[in-house]
Every structure is written in structure tokens, then in C-alpha cells.
Ligand binder design. Structure first.
Ligand code: CP3
Length: 338
């Protein structure tokens, strides 16, 4: 169902999954993770399998997303980093010069044996539910590497992008190659689709996106095209970039809540499906509001060639799992009614 919608084929109901559905808000997740640092959890196949399955059991979503983090492949190629609770990825030595850039290398399957093992195990457990693999896109990874951690303004990142274009291109190219290697590992192990998260690229204007970001993201999409799985491309606050993000080579363009889906249809070239786009904060409003907004998104999503229901960004940590369960049922029922 999910893969069919990605391919813009007819589906009996709109498929639904949630970004960041694994982890964060589930009590069973917090129990499993107790006393285990995030990066350790991401390197343990038993934990990856269990945490990936938890939201599938609870919500009956139409796809699972592999439990990991966008910085896991960076760690695997030797970047000294940690994921700090409540903060996010923190890099010990931010990458700001040529020597540091040149230390970034390609990834081999031997760098991430736990990824292969976990995905093989998951594919068996999931049966007909597809598994989405993922990676961070070069811009978003570059931002963490250059800033040294989460950033609001991406000062150092933009300083390099605008001021040292050759070094920037070299960094982005190396990140693209590593990401290609990493996505191939996931697809070869059995992932049915992949999502490239360029979460923070909305900080860049269209012209700079086109010149300094798009070629590198395109390299990734082109390199995995022959592997034949749908490719989803998502970022936050990317209203002005939606067309270009589609052009980069995605089959599905993810939309946050700032652009209505029927408007996004006009911004993205024909031949793409859309994914989105309920504001995750709407889940804190009374159920009647959630229902009305979800129905509105389904109606607008019908103007797209294919629609996968999702939030406009990740599930917020204090979200009530029961609301997500109810929303999943609503999407299935309301989209099958017509
Ligand atoms: O559905 C899922 O949650 C699957 C697993 C997943 C995680 N991170 C687990 C995680 C996925 C798909 C990601 C992607 C990710 N990581 C993105 C892109 C998606 C997005 O939200 O835009 C980004 C930008 C990151 C970087 C990152 N990692 C941040 C900003 C944070 C800290 C903030 C937070 O969410 O708590 C992390 C840590 C992280 N990644 C946690 C989890 C479950 C929390 C770990 C902890 O604190 O113990």
C-alpha cells in the first residue's frame, strides 16, 4: 500500500506512517532505552529491531522506519561524536578546514554490520509491512559537522557555503558518497523505500540550494535509482524549495505543515507523490480539531498523484500515543470511505 502510493498507483486507503514514530513518545520505548545511551542503542540489532517494531504494533501504521539516527554513518566512518539527550548530535571537533574534510571517507558494509543484521531481522518480522531506510542529506549532515552541534542560524555552515565554495563542494561530495554507500547497505539488506532527511535545508534560499546543495542530493538519488525502491525527500520550512527537492530526484516529496498539499501539488513537477503534512502540535488539541485537520489534509492530498499521510515533522516527545493510534485509524477509515 505504502509503496504503491509512492509509485502513484491506486490504493484502497491512504497509507500513513509518522516521522520519528520510533522512540520519543512511547512508554515501551523509554523502558527499553533505560540506561542505554542512544548511540549504543543504534548499534545493537536486538534494540533496533524491537524499537522499530513498537510503533507498528501499537498504531498499525503502513510502514516502519528503521530505528537509528542520521549521525550513525558518520560515527561509523570515525567522526568523534555523541548524541546528547535533549540536545541532539554533538561533534567533538567541528569540521572547518580541508584536512578535516579529507578525513571523511567512504563507508563499507563492514562499518555498519549492525545495520545489515537489524534490517535482515526486521524484514522477516515485519512480513508485508515495508521498512523505510533513511539517511541525513549532505546539507543537514554538513550543518552538524561544521557547527559542532544543533544550530539555529547555521552561521559557520553558511560561512563555508558562501565563502569557501570549493571546500564546501568537497565536503558535500564526500557526504554524498558516504550516504550512497550507507543507503545501499540498507536497501541491499531489505529496506523497501528510503527517506533522505534534509531537515535544516529550509535555511537556504532557492538559488543557493540549486547551486550548492541540489547537485549533491541529486548524486545520491541518481546513484540509488537502479536499486528500484521509492525515494522520499523531506525538509522543514522548505516551501520555496519543494520543486527543486523534487527535481533532485525524489519519487515522493515530503511537505511540512506550512504549505497546504493542494498548493504543494503546483510547486512540485508532475510525476511525484507527496507526503505530509499535519502539524505535529495539532495532536495536542482536542480530538475534534485533530479529526477536522486530518480530513482536510486527506481532501487536499487527493489532488496529488499519490499521497502518503504523515506529520509535517517528527512526532513531538510529549505526544499521547493514543491520539496517534486514533489518527491512524481515522486516516484509514476516512480515506477508504469515498
Ligand atoms: O522514527 C524514528 O524516530 C526513527 C529514528 C530516528 C531518530 N532520529 C532517532 C532519535 C530518525 C529517523 C532520526 C532522524 C534525525 N535525527 C533527523 C531527521 C529527522 C528530523 O527530525 O528532522 C535529525 C535532524 C536528527 C538529529 C537528531 N538526533 C536530533 C535533532 C536529536 C535530538 C532531539 C530529539 O529528537 O530528542 C537526535 C537524537 C535522537 N534521534 C533521539 C532519537 C530517538 C533521542 C535520543 C535520546 O535523547 O536519547
Amino acid at each position: 500500500m505504502f509503496v504503491r502510493a509512492c509509485r502513484r498507483r491506486p490504493v484502497p486507503h491512504t497509507p500513513v506512517w509518522y516521522m520519528r514514530q520510533a522512540g520519543r513518545s512511547l512508554p515501551e520505548y523509554l523502558r527499553v532505552r533505560e540506561g542505554v545511551p542512544m548511540l549504543e542503542a543504534c548499534a545493537r540489532p536486538d534494540m533496533i529491531v524491537e524499537i522499530t517494531l513498537q510503533p507498528v504494533r501499537r498504531y498499525a501504521v503502513d510502514a516502519a522506519i528503521f530505528f537509528s539516527d542520521i549521525v550513525v554513518p558518520l560515527k561509523a566512518i570515525g567522526v568523534d561524536l555523541d548524541i546528547k539527550p535533549g540536545v541532539g548530535p554533538v561533534i567533538a571537533d567541528p569540521i572547518r578546514d580541508k584536512a578535516a574534510v579529507e578525513r571523511l571517507r567512504r563507508l563499507t558494509p563492514d562499518d555498519v554490520p549492525f545495520t545489515t543484521e537489524a534490517i535482515r531481522g526486521l524484514v522477516g518480522e515485519l512480513g508485508s509491512t515495508p521498512l523505510i531506510g533513511f539517511a541525513g542529506a549532505p546539507f543537514t549532515l554538513a550543518s552538524y559537522l561544521i557547527e559542532g552541534g544543533p544550530s539555529k542560524n547555521h552561521d559557520h555552515t553558511k560561512a563555508m557555503m558562501y565563502g569557501e565554495p570549493e571546500l564546501w563542494a568537497e565536503l558535500m561530495d564526500r557526504l554524498a558518497d558516504m550516504t550512497i554507500d550507507y543507503l545501499k547497505v540498507q536497501i541491499e539488506a531489505g529496506a523497501s523505500a528510503i527517506q533522505l532527511f534534509d531537515s535544516w535545508v529550509g535555511a537556504v534560499g532557492p538559488q543557493d540550494y540549486q547551486e550548492s546543495v541540489l547537485p549533491h542530493s541529486r548524486k545520491i538519488f541518481d546513484a540509488i535509482e537502479s536499486l528500484g525502491v521509492p525515494r522520499i525527500h523531506f525538509g522543514v520550512a522548505t516551501g520555496e524549495l519543494l520543486g527543486l527537492m523534487g527535481e533532485a530526484g525524489a519519487d515522493v516529496v515530503g511537505v511540512d505543515w506550512r504549505v497546504p498539499l493542494d498548493e504543494a501539488v503546483h510547486r512540485v513537477e508532475p510525476g511525484k507523490a507527496l507526503q505530509g503534512n499535519l502539524d505535529p502540535a495539532i495532536l495536542f488539541a482536542p480530538w475534534e480539531v485533530v479529526e477536522q485537520r486530518a480530513r482536510d489534509i486527506l481532501a487536499r492530498g487527493r489532488t496529488a498523484e499519490g499521497h502518503i499521510f504523515n506529520l509535517g515533522h517528527g512526532v513531538l516527545p510529549s505526544t499521547d500515543p493514543d491520539v496517534l493510534a486514533r489518527l491512524t485509524d481515522l486516516v484509514h477509515e476516512a480515506s477508504a470511505e469515498r
